[in-house]
Design a protein around this ligand. Structure first.
Ligand SMILES: Nc1nc2c(ncn2[C@@H]2O[C@H](COP(=O)(O)OP(=O)(O)OP(=O)(O)O)[C@@H](O)[C@H]2O)c(=O)[nH]1
Ligand SMILES: [Mg+2]
Length: 431
């Protein structure tokens, strides 16, 4: 692929003010930009040096910053990369960005453009790009571990090994085609290799459900009749006043969401409208939404005597025990809490953490973490099954080729453009 002639730059760290702001420059103009801004020769590769940064046009001092020089291809993007580790004040950052933009051939980066260049230069494959996006959004330890494994190329290595095995097999089978009158030596070996490959891929696919779970997290809906104390419990578990609480029944209408970290497992907690027959069309819509979301939830925390709606599991919760005098804690599968005094909340949280731990077992991070990856692994498996069944050598080779193609889609070795847009849309500017 054509290397990019343009040089891109962006603030790669969070919004100022911050202690340190990292500005990244990538492309053929990165080295000249660094010498222009510092007025000095390039520092030794990968060595932090303190430099005065001056505006190339006005010679005005903009900051005193650490600068780093990563000559390609041993850089994140594979191109020449320069980094400025500056003071993270808004005026410093604005001045540096303006100075970079004033240099010929430099332009601000699009979201995810550094990573896109890294992909294009083969520094990363698509599974690593996906994992990198996951790493940046990871909120819990389990998400971080899984994303780190993917970013390190765990799935990439497996898929590439399978694919090269397949390509070798195809060569064997095709050699047989060329010498059709000779005894068929490759076929028994090929059959065993195809079966072993299919077994490995099926095993990897087994982790897909867990991988998706860790990435997307679990969903917990708080349900019950109006005024039961759902929003109060929701706020207490979120440890923030997210939902409006009033003594008026029917206060909550829309679904509210907060993220919980259940012992490293991410979860989304939903507050919902009180369930009852309502003549108010607005409230009725809220109740319909509540039922839909509860039905899709992994767990329903139900504050009420009537049966809990939907969900795969339900835990009944009796709230307001400060009024009834009931003892806090979980007895006979019913949690007794008070959102006002906090009694019983620790027990409920411990229960939730244990439940999440059962839903998403800890251990080896999952290999397959995205539906896209699982899709092409299943396609590869189907093609391998066809290759196993097929007696005709031409059709067998064709099925093997289809399997190799499917694996190539996972890493982006084949047709990457189809998916690049969707994947990179998740990135922020500067990544
Ligand atoms: N004493 C006491 N009052 C509570 C407790 N939890 C909620 N309340 C009160 O009960 C009333 C209703 O609380 P909410 O949390 O708004 O109840 P809700 O189930 O979300 O109500 P809707 O959104 O209208 O369906 C409010 O006046 C709360 O202050 C509790 O644990 N103890
Ligand atoms: Mg409410």
């Amino acid at each position: 692929m054509m290397p990019d002639a343009t040089t891109i730059f962006a603030l790669s760290s969070g919004l100022p003010p911050s202690g340190v702001a990292v500005l990244r420059v990538s492309g053929p103009g990165a080295g000249p930009a660094l010498t222009r801004l510092t007025g000095r020769p390039l520092p030794p590769p990968r060595t932090a040096m303190l430099r005065s940064i001056v505006h190339p046009r006005t010679q005005h001092l903009l900051d005193s910053a650490l600068v780093l020089w990563f000559p390609g291809p041993a850089s994140f993007t594979g191109e020449d990369v320069a980094e400025l580790h500056a003071h993270g004040g808004p005026a410093v950052v604005a001045g540096l960005l303006e100075a970079l933009g004033s240099l010929p051939g430099l332009r601000p980066a699009e979201p995810g453009e550094f990573t896109r260049r890294a992909f294009r230069r083969g520094r990363l494959d698509l599974t690593q790009v996906e994992a990198l996006a996951d790493l940046i959004t990871a909120e819990t330890a389990a998400q971080r571990d899984q994303a780190l494994a993917g970013a390190a190329g765990r799935l990439r290595q497996r898929v590439e090994a399978w694919r090269s095995e397949l390509l070798a097999l195809m060569a064997d089978v095709e050699a047989d085609l060329d010498f059709a009158d000779e005894p068929d030596v490759a076929t028994p070996r090929a059959r065993a290799a195809v079966a072993a490959l299919a077994h490995d891929i099926a095993q990897a696919l087994g982790s897909a459900h867990l991988g998706e779970r860790v990435r997307a997290g679990l969903t917990i809906a708080v349900t019950g009749p109006p005024n039961a104390g759902k929003s109060s419990l929701f706020n207490a578990l979120a440890r923030r006043d997210v939902a409006i609480v009033t003594a008026v029944p029917g206060t909550t209408r829309d679904i509210l969401e907060v993220r919980l970290d259940l012992g490293g497992v991410p979860a989304t907690l939903l507050d919902t409208a009180g369930l009852h027959e309502s003549a108010d069309p607005v409230e009725a819509l809220g109740i319909a939404r509540a039922r839909t979301r509860a039905a899709a939830a992994d767990l329903v925390l139900h504050l009420g005597p009537d049966p809990a709606p939907g969900g795969r599991t339900a835990l009944r919760v009796v709230s307001k025990i400060d009024e009834t005098g009931a003892a806090p804690g979980i007895r006979d599968g019913v949690a007794h809490v008070s959102a006002v005094t906090g009694a019983g909340l620790a027990e409920l949280e411990a229960w939730l953490v244990a439940w999440a731990g059962r839903e998403v077992p800890q251990g080896e991070p999952a290999l397959v973490t995205h539906a896209r990856q699982a899709h092409w692994l299943r396609a590869a498996l189907a093609a391998l099954a066809e290759a196993e069944r097929e007696a005709d050598a031409v059709l067998k080779a064709e099925a093997l080729r289809a399997a190799a193609h499917a694996l190539g889609r996972i890493t982006g070795a084949i047709d990457p453009e189809d998916v690049l847009g969707a994947i990179f849309a998740r990135f922020c500017i500067g990544k």
